[in-house]
Ligand binder design. Sequence first.
Ligand code: NA7
Length: 548
Amino acid sequence: MLKTATDTGQGSSSSFDVIVVGAGFAGMYMLHRLRAQGFSVKVLEAAGDVGGTWYWNRYPGARCDVESMSYSFSFDDDLQQEWSWSQRYALQPEILDYARHVADRFDLRRDIQFDTRVSSATFDEAAGRWAITTDGGETLDAAFCVMATGCLSTPKLPEVDGIKNFKGHCVHTGDWPHEGVDFAGKRVALIGTGASGLQAIPVIAEVAGHLTVFQRTANFSVPAWNRPLTDEEEADWKSRYDYWRGRERRTHSGFHNEGGHPSAADLTHDERIAVLEEQWNKGGLLMWNVFSDLMMSREANETAAEFVRDKIRATVEDPDVAELLCPKTHPMGSKRLCVDSNYYETFNRDNVELVDISEQPVERITGQGLVQGGREHGFDVIVFATGFDAMTGTLLKMDIRGRGGEALRQKWQDGPVSYLGIAMAGFPNLFTITGPGSPSVMSHVLMSLELHVDWITDCLVHMREAGVDVIEASEEDETRWTDHLNDVVAGTFYVEADSWYMGANVEGKPRGFMPYIGGAGKYREICTDVAAEGYRGFRFSKASQAVA
Ligand code: NA7
């Protein structure tokens, strides 16, 4: 039977009902919910404080691409009412302040052990419990383990020799030094033009002596049109938060303002351009939904792609640079769309240079800079905006072993499989929040993680009431879910790009689309139905029977 916090004498104990790995938004909310239900919980976190993504990604210009009134917890109305955002899209320091505020407000830190990285998690079948080891040599155990490790939490450096030789300052956007980086007057190289690079480039360019951007693939970016939030906007959200949250939960992406997007097939060329223009002027990620057939109709996609290219050509003064910045190698939206502030305009500055490395990659890093195109370029700072081993990287860095000692690395050798992106067959009592196989990064992540946390909490309460202590996804339902996930994405342009969604940015990683794109609203209904039907697709047992 599950123990309560009082049973375990929480505080000095190393035995818990639940161990949560990660104290980003998912881990924080998981702790809050489970604690309120009387479970004993310990959160283990590698960082020195809460915040997850927003703790690590401190690069200049780091900003959320979900609007700030929406990018916040919905579980507590007082919290919603008391917090004020300053801008349409919040910058990283403000989001980190919010995370800290939540930690203070709900007194979360007393159950979080910081500066602790989990190295392994092993399921003990006889006891029906997880043994968790840390890099500090500790072993803790719990009936349940919840991986709240985030989707983009393992930064990836490029496979290029010599990084250690560089005598200047070398930084990755996803592991930014807390003391900051002094770019003033410096010769700066920035490699990578995904969302992080696009956000950092305009801000670094303002202070650097000279900034050289090394671009392997041009990306599609839509303006954020960021600005201060008005009092009226804030008041509108706060007066009807329930309405906005309800809308978000029913949509495909989880965005409050999604909806009404026509099929390009029903529109004339001029009508399509008018729709695109309207969406461009609104700005932001909803350009992804501009046509309902954007990701399936070559014609719809090419119309939108050419529209964005024309915007780039109209913005960037040097036509050769403009053409290099025009994405032509993948359908629009098949890699994550970027949302920028003055990205294309930055290439009109005298101190910014674009180097196309699509044909001639960076050969090596040297003491003074890097070699590319057969010549050495000298730099004081090199910024790697080269992305992450996304979705599976952090989970697979840990040695996670389920029934019979099976390693998750083994189970996922051909790519991740899971039931609903929440649980895996053979790994009883282990849950993943926004795991591969769930909408996660293809949705409003904060909304999606709240769904998972609520679902897991309800499930554990259900088990306690039913007097069972082991839950495991069935292999058949896991297979059915994985087939469904692949069916939904088959035939869309998502599977064409060498994106991190496909695992294509990491050498040797199996190729396959990892998030669920069936829609966040539909996914919520499925999860709700699964629970309502007695956790369809899961098997329950008592620990003493778990060996069977
Ligand atoms: P991304 O989106 O994975 O972007 C990484 C960028 O780095 C992308 O332009 C890559 O080019 C480039 N890259 C990666 N490796 C290399 C090497 N070896 N040489 C040159 N260029 C390279 O990561 P971000 O951090 O920008 O964004 C991740 C997510 O965070 C984002 O989607 C939002 O959801 C938030 P490529 O396209 O692979 O040719």
